[in-house]
Design a protein around this ligand. Structure first.
Ligand code: DHB
Length: 308
């Protein structure tokens, strides 16, 4: 049984796409809805449609990926309208919202409340790729201001997607703020922001925006992702659920996120590389691993990581 529950929604599988990976167009969203993913998560949307940054803006590497997409998206109304088709296919739908300002987030979230086919909102506090827009998640007072601004809208469950943190004091500071709100979930982690991948042969950066700096995903971010899931599971109040994201390539990676306390798990870089067939493979691999260990449900091992 790979099923899980998040924000009061039943997911047939605990595995779904990470926002940003193959979820921008109507075709992308349809393909996700028809796949073995447990839910569909939309591309982060803004008030108005955006072209995003100049290409090349996404590059795979031996250990993962670097991207500086710059929030290319069709505008929040498009992603709101797509909810109907996804609901027709019986899949839960999580809309990722990433307004360029606090005011944009407030307008989008206020208007979304009327759409009952949106199962949950994942408010993105961690996009590292829009020039001159700092990651909200690294400005703790701004996190508080954004959550204050949207707290009154409670018809649709709200979660937040965080950037990775690396310091115990920062984990505690963020958790203390989040615990003051009735959030349904927290997603850990967004990409590790502003890495630099270079090509020694051409002596050049590999993506065009921001002088080559971009968000890192894939294998190398897994230990950071697991640390964030684990730490927030220990610091957040139990009503706030956790979405694990970062470095998921195999069923064992999903298992590790759940051991650290994730209720559901998202796949980004690997979905980009493999396509939507990744969900059938990951479901099968997780099922096999659970059978070998004698586990019949996610609850049998969720959050049960041992320490020495
Ligand atoms: C983009 C990247 C992110 O990591 C994110 O959270 C939102 C948007 C982007 O560059 O499009």
């Amino acid at each position: 049984m790979l099923s899980s529950q998040l924000a009061g929604i039943e997911f047939a599988s605990c595995i779904m796409n990470a926002s940003g990976a193959r979820c921008t167009t109507a075709e992308d969203l349809q393909a996700l809805a028809r796949s073995e993913a447990g839910a569909v998560v939309s591309k982060s949307c803004t008030l108005e449609a955006r072209e995003g940054n100049p290409s090349p803006r996404y590059v795979d590497t031996a250990w993962g990926s670097i991207n500086s997409m710059g929030l290319p998206n069709k505008g929040w109304q498009f992603y709101s309208q797509e909810a109907a088709q996804i609901a027709d296919l019986g899949k839960p739908y999580i809309m990722s919202v990433s307004g360029l300002t606090l005011e944009e987030n407030k307008i989008i979230i206020a208007q979304l409340q009327e759409n009952q086919q949106v199962g949950a909102i994942e408010l993105n506090l961690s996009c590292p790729n829009v020039p001159n827009k700092p990651q909200t998640g690294y400005d703790f007072e701004q996190v508080r201001r954004v959550l204050d601004a949207v707290a009154e809208f409670d018809a649709i469950p709200l979660g937040v997607k965080l950037p990775p943190y690396f310091d115990f004091v920062h984990f505690q500071n963020v958790a203390d703020i989040l615990n003051q709100y009735s959030l349904a979930f927290v997603t850990c982690i967004n990409s590790i922001g502003n890495g630099l991948v270079i090509d020694a042969e051409s002596e050049s950066v590999v993506i065009k925006p921001k002088g080559g700096f971009g968000g890192l995903g894939g294998d190398i971010v897994k230990p950071t992702a697991l640390a964030n899931v684990r730490m927030f599971r220990q610091l957040l109040k139990p009503e706030i659920q956790l979405v694990g994201c970062g470095g998921v390539r195999t069923g064992q990676d999903v298992f590790e996120h759940i051991l650290c306390g994730a209720d559901v798990v998202q796949v980004g870089t690997q979905l980009m590389q493999e396509g939507v067939g990744v969900f059938a493979r990951l479901n099968a691999e997780l099922q096999t691993l659970m059978q070998r260990k004698g586990y019949t449900s996610i609850a049998d091992f969720k959050g049960k990581l041992k320490t020495l």
